[in-house]
Ligand binder design. Sequence first.
Ligand code: PAF
Length: 303
Amino acid sequence: MLVHTIKELRELRKSWDGNLTVGIVPTMGALHEGHLSLIKKAKATCDKVVVSVFVNPIQFGPSEDFDKYPRTLEKDVELCKSAGVDVVFAPSPSEMYGGKCESAGSNESKPDAYEEGNRLSNDTLTYVCPPFFYVNKLCGKSRVGHFDGVCTVVLKLFNIVQPDFGFFGQKDAQQVIVIKKMVHDLNVPIKIIQCPIVREDSGLALSSRNKYLTEQGKQDALVLSRILNNIKACFKRGINDVSALKETAYAYLTDKYDLEYLEILDKNTLEEKEKADKDTIALIACRVEGVRLIDNIYLGEEE
Ligand code: PAF
C-alpha cells in the first residue's frame, strides 16, 4: 500500500496489533538490489515492513544533486510490492517540513524552510545535530550539514512510523554510526540493523548514483573496490601500518579520479589509528565522471 501523508501512515500503524514487530527501511527511492537486501532482512526480522521513499532536501547542500536525484516512485512501489513490503510511505517535502510546497514527485519545489539549500540557510526547523567528532570527517567534511539533515529526517521517520527495527546499509558506514549514536543519545526505542554492501559482479558497490555513470564510468569506478580490496589483502599479509596501507592506493589513482578521502579508522567509533587491527574499516570517496561515489571494507572480517 502506498501512502503519502503522516496521518494515513499513523492510522495504519495504529490498526496493527500492538504485539506485531515493525521494521522501517528508510530510502530516497531509485531502489536497487542493495535496498532489496535491506527489505529482505526486514521481512525476515519483522511482522510488518514500512519502506519510506523520500528525497530529503535538507541533507543536500546547495550545489549538490537534489534536483537531478533519480525519482522512480512507480517502479519503487512495484519492487516493494513484489518484495512483500506492507506500506510504502512517500511523503512530499511539504508533508515532512511544511512550507508552501504542495506536490510530490519530480517537479516538487522546495518549501520555504530550505529554499536556499541545506540547514545552513535555515532558521525555522528543529534539527538533530550529531556530535562534531562523528561528522567533521569523511562525508561530513565536504558535505557540511549533511548529517544534520539525515538525522533530522531519520528521527522524524522513526517518530512517525514508531518501528522496532531500522535497517541501513553498510555502504553508508558513517551514516549508520551517526544514526546509532543518535538513537543511543536520544533514547530512541529502536534497534538499528546494519546490512552488508551489495555489489555488482564486477565489485562496484550498488548505489542510486551509479545511474549517472556511463559504461566507461562504471569501469573506472571499479577503482574504489580495487583499492579497498588491495588494502585488505595487504593487511591480511601482515601490513598494519595505516600510512603504509594508505600508500598502496596511489598506484591506482590516475588523473581521471578525483579522490576526496581515503581513511582507515576504527570501525565502531571512527577514531584514527596508527596500526590497523581486526576492528578497522577502510573508507573511500572519489569522483568518477563528476559523480561522487563512496565505498568501504572491514579489514578484519570475511566479506
Ligand atoms: O541513505 C539514505 O538513502 C538516506 O540518507 C536516508 C537514510 C534515507 C535519509 O534520507
